[in-house]
Design a protein around this ligand. Sequence first.
Ligand code: URA
Length: 260
Amino acid sequence: MSISPEEYAEALAQLAWQVELGADEAIGAVPVNRFEEKAKPKAPPESAAVPEPVAAPPASPPPDTAAIAAACDTLDELRAAIEAFDGCELKRGARNTVFCDGNPQAHVMVVGEAPGRDEDREGRPFIGRSGQLLDRMLAAIGLDRMAEDPAQAVYITNVLPWRPPQNRDPLPEEKTLMKPFLLRHIELAEPKVLLMVGNPSNQTLLDTSQGVTRLRGKWHEVLGIPALSIFHPAYLLRAPEKKRDAWADLLMLKAKLENG
Ligand code: URA
């Protein structure tokens, strides 16, 4: 179908208008053709025999992400495997796969929740408003994701590499599906300490339904690595009175890095 330059300009102006109103993303995984005539189901004749119910086909088993992850021997291989993985619906609505940022040699590895809008656009974790607060929090104890020295650097990833539509919370089945990739990511990065940021990260890595309020303030262990819980910076932006707790947690992290 071809359209005239005028129609094109009109369509473009309408699109710009919608973006201005805030309708700037597709929220369905599958496009809906609203011009398609819906065939109305015909009512069966009264005399028609009632068909036998047909058994639903067995649901296909979920992809074996543990096997895919285990086959990766380097961070580059893992990134490639995740980028090639088509078993998670979130990927279809995402612009980028957000794998990591920072220094892979860093002693500290930060695990967040999932990319937001800015991260999805740029393909890097924690670069929006909450990421900027995270950077300031880490800077307060002398850490910097861009540092070359592993002792001062930070390596960052998320539980999910794709943005959930409208930044909704990750679903339990999404976290379960992607968890083997996350665990392999941690194994390959070999951090000395893990910082689990926000509830989804804590709950996924610690296999618990408890929230950060309960989990923070003490050391846990993930794959044999000391792991600390901390409030998500997005939460701290909404609840600044919790920054005092977050500061105490950062001091625990600093002491661990200095004294082991
Ligand atoms: N929140 C997260 O948990 N991760 C990001 O990358 C950005 C925001």
